[in-house]
Design a binder for this molecule. Structure first.
Ligand code: ADP
Length: 245
């Protein structure tokens, strides 16, 4: 591990509560290092998605702080749209993210919203569609896509923003093994490009072979942060994750 690793996203004593629902995050402090692949593990309802929505400022901590690239997030429209150019969150359900009529329109949506010139938008759409291998179906109505294709379209939409950090909520859930492999290969390509990657997953084998840094969340608390060794030798953490060795 480089001693010079830069922290891109940091939470300090982050707590959050949905109205009338009890605490969803409790005093979470963690760092996401630049250029790394980080896996966030935890059972359903542990708080992973809630944590991700703090990384791009969609949710605001009830107490504590979230920092991006060394600076506290400022919860004003201008600063938040700047932040979302850098931190892209891909939601678990692609249908929460796909709004446009066709594949290419959907990928163009983000870059157009940034006010980029048309040729720049076109270049980004081409690049993103090529990365997810959807160039050949760019004119297809998004309603006619399979679940796996919709997952990849949501990913392309995020990539077209050329983010520094890509946060993926359960990117392999619901995919067949072949598609899981494709998604993992694509993330390797993004990793080689220097993009910081964060993924939540239930699939321990996927996490083990993919990630360099591991964080375990349980009932809104951070229970572990570190390399694979410390996690996969810790019986009580593995039990908490429902992992049968
Ligand atoms: P995970 O992503 O690990 O499955 P979540 O962050 O979705 O966990 O959920 C954490 C807790 O917050 C759960 O108790 C869940 O029921 C609650 N929660 C999540 N989203 C909402 C919401 N929109 N409104 C109210 N409660 C929510």
């Amino acid at each position: 591990m480089s001693l010079l690793a830069n922290t891109l996203v940091e939470c300090k004593n982050l707590s959050f509560e949905y109205p009338n629902r009890g605490m969803a995050l409790r005093e979470v402090s963690l760092r996401i290092e630049e250029g790394k692949k980080t896996a966030i593990l935890g059972p359903n309802g542990a708080g992973k998605s809630t944590l991700f929505l703090h990384f791009n400022g969609v949710l605001k901590p009830r107490s504590g702080q979230v920092m991006f690239d060394g600076r506290p997030i400022v919860y004003r429209n201008k600063e938040l749209s700047q932040l979302r150019k850098e931190v892209a969150v891909i939601l678990q359900n692609p249908d929460d993210q796909i709004f446009s009529a066709t594949v290419e329109e959907d990928v163009a949506f983000g870059p157009l919203n940034l006010g980029l010139p048309r040729d720049e938008v076109a270049a980004r759409v081409d690049e993103a569609l090529s990365l997810v291998d959807m160039s050949h179906i760019r004119e297809r109505p998004s309603q006619q896509l399979s679940f796996g294709q919709r997952k990849r379209l949501a990913l392309a939409g995020a990539l077209a923003m050329r983010p520094k950090v890509l946060i993926m909520d359960e990117p392999t859930a619901g995919l067949d093994p072949h598609m899981v492999q494709e998604v993992l290969e694509l993330t390797e390509e993004l990793h080689m490009k220097g993009i910081t990657l964060v993924m939540s997953t239930h699939e321990m084998e996927v996490a083990y072979s993919w990630a360099e840094d591991f964080k375990v969340v349980h009932q809104g608390r951070l229970m572990y942060s570190g390399p694979a060794d410390g996690l996969f030798t810790n019986r009580s953490l593995l039990d908490m994750l429902g992992f049968q060795a």
